[in-house]
Design a protein. Structure first.
Length: 327
């Protein structure tokens, strides 16, 4: 199902509801409801709008799940991670109920500053046992992930946007696999979400500068698809691994890679881990491109991290790079 005013994510959700009538779409609070109200009539089974009480909304979804329904609860990411954390822990994660929590306006995509930005949601919910965490990086993943996460037995948290998204990939995600976007022998870059577009900004320039980079993207942050990465690290002789994620440090990617390096006892000289994330800092209000540049999550910060890992200049200027696809 598609319509001019329907987002890629909602289009995919509508198709899922048509195929599986037990899937229920819910919103929590006026802010989320307002994002859906112009499109809700396009959903085959309509929309359930709950008041702005995130803990009660999670409890309501837990009840639906126990009755055999498959609820998708949409709310601001900051509201879910902070206002409903205890309910998510006790009523969803502990009993392992199949509720899908969809966090809107996550990361630095909201211009409202500390209260509205969710830079702690992935780490907070990703540390819960039995909780799966996803962050799509483009149009293809936004369209594919609703059906993919509905196959998972247990609770899921996913960042999503109801707006437009760029097309970066040629194929949908394949479950617990890393997406290989470039291959090289000097560095590994592991990115997720909108950060992947920042890496892709520099791809051609790095290739021209003869910088050998293996770039991996993942839509699944917890559990991290680590088997492929572990094998790659063990077989290669990479000088550094750069993780790039739009959340507070230490994020799920940096934590996962650090654990792999600690477990790799065969490595005589393990690669340096260079994590790009928000380091001990809340973000101010502002546009997403400005905030990513200010807090070290854009292509410029990536180039600096590459130079740090290689211990040499790469000869690429940020001014030479194209703009981000998410801009």
């Amino acid at each position: 199902m598609s319509a001019p005013n329907m987002s890629p994510y909602l289009s995919a959700l509508a198709e899922l509801i048509k195929a599986r009538p037990e899937v229920v779409c819910l919103t929590c609070g006026e802010q989320s409801q307002s994002l859906f109200e112009e499109r809700a009539h396009l959903l085959p089974s309509g929309l359930i709008s709950l008041p702005n009480a995130p803990s009660a909304a999670v409890a309501f979804c837990a009840g639906l799940a126990r009755e055999g329904m498959r609820p998708f609860l949409h709310a601001p990411a900051a509201t879910l991670a902070r206002g409903a954390y205890e309910s998510i822990l006790t009523q969803l994660a502990a009993p392992c109920l199949s509720v899908r929590l969809i966090g809107l306006d996550a990361g630095l995509s909201h211009e409202g500053g500390v209260g509205a930005q969710a830079i702690d949601d992935l780490s907070a919910l990703g540390q819960l046992p039995q909780m799966s965490v996803f962050e799509p990086g483009d149009l293809m993943e936004l369209k594919a992930l609703p059906a993919l996460i509905d196959e998972i037995a247990g609770p899921v948290y996913m960042r999503a946007t109801l707006g437009a998204a760029p097309a970066l990939f040629d194929e949908p995600p394949r479950g617990a696999h890393l997406r290989s976007l470039a291959e090289g022998e000097e560095l590994i870059i592991l990115s997720a979400g909108r950060c992947t577009a920042e890496v892709l900004r520099a791809r051609d320039a790095l290739k021209e500068a003869k910088i050998q980079v293996t770039h991996l993207h993942t839509a699944e942050l917890s559990p991290l698809p680590s088997a492929e990465l572990k094998e790659l690290i063990a077989e290669g002789s990479f000088r550094a691994i750069i993780t790039m994620e739009e959340q507070l440090y230490p994020g799920l990617l940096a934590t996962g890679v650090a654990a792999l390096l600690a477990e790799s006892t065969k490595l005589g000289s393990p690669p340096q881990l260079i994590p790009l994330a928000l380091h001990q800092s809340f973000a101010q209000g502002g546009s997403a491109p400005y905030l990513r540049r200010k807090y070290g999550l854009d292509a410029g910060a990536l180039l600096a991290a590459i130079e740090r890992g290689l211990k040499r200049r790469v000869g690429v200027a940020v001014s030479e790079l194209p703009s981000s696809a998410w801009s």
